[in-house]
Unconditional design. Structure first.
Length: 243
């Protein structure tokens, strides 16, 4: 289990943690996926550090999202002033709608819970490094939203709520976790920052910090079962690290 937790006041340490997590590698294409079109956009200070690090690691860095039922990517980029943040990070950093850079491709799910295939931006599928930048919060359907739920935003459909929530969003999230596996996961949890190479590990740690019970989150259980893992063991190990 690769898991690090730092205070928000130590945000500059994040660059060194990201370097350790990726073992000093360089990349041709880096994709950074925050929750731009949802209810929990990233903190600017965290996003700045991540983008500055990514700008030195990749030939081209794409910061973005896909449209949601309630938001246009382009409008949210303007509202959150993400073009300015991208420019500050480097000339190779671009704030974009992923679907305007490339089209989408349908991907087969090995062990489907809800659907056999989902459409994702080709840009994301072809990226050498995917950075999943999420913020933990409550959610009426999934109990919590975090690193795993943030990946739902990569589904190439503006009508995500109507097309996928009715299928059982926890099952949809578990499907997506089988085919989209970000190498870097940065999760903001109140005044802490959780970093892991596994979105499930990041979410379990984040929920523990948040003061909730990871064992009550249905998609955590489904993702663990798909990997032939015991969620209880993962939670126990995360507790030991967080002590």
């Amino acid at each position: 289990m690769r898991l690090r937790v730092i205070d928000r006041s130590e945000v500059e340490l994040l660059q060194g943690i990201l370097e350790e997590l990726t073992e000093g590698e360089s990349y041709r294409i880096v994709v950074v996926k925050p929750n731009i079109c949802g209810f929990y956009p990233p903190s600017v200070e965290v996003l700045r550090v991540v983008l500055k690090w990514a700008s030195r690691k990749g030939g081209e860095v794409y910061l973005g999202d896909t449209p949601s039922t309630i938001h246009s990517v382009e409008e949210r980029i303007e509202e959150l002033k993400l073009r300015e943040v991208a420019r500050e990070a480097g000339t190779n950093v671009h704030a974009v709608n992923f679907l305007r850079v490339t089209g989408s491709v349908k991907v087969e799910v090995p062990k489907p819970h809800a659907l056999k295939r989902y459409p994702f931006p080709e840009l994301v599928l072809n990226a050498d490094l995917l950075i999943n930048l999420a913020k933990l919060g409550s959610h009426p359907t999934t109990r919590v939203t975090g690193a795993l739920k943030n990946l739902f935003g990569l589904v190439s459909s503006k009508m995500k709520y109507f097309r996928y929530h009715l299928l059982g969003i926890d099952r949809v999230i578990a499907d997506i976790a089988q085919v989209i596996r970000p190498r870097v996961n940065v999760l903001e949890v109140e005044d802490r920052i959780v970093v892991s190479d596994d979105p499930l590990v990041a979410d379990v740690a984040g929920v523990l910090i948040y003061g909730d019970d990871p064992l009550k989150v249905k998609h955590f259980r489904l993702v663990a079962e798909d990997r032939n893992m015991e969620l209880e063991d993962l939670v126990s190990e995360a507790r030991k690290i967080l002590r």
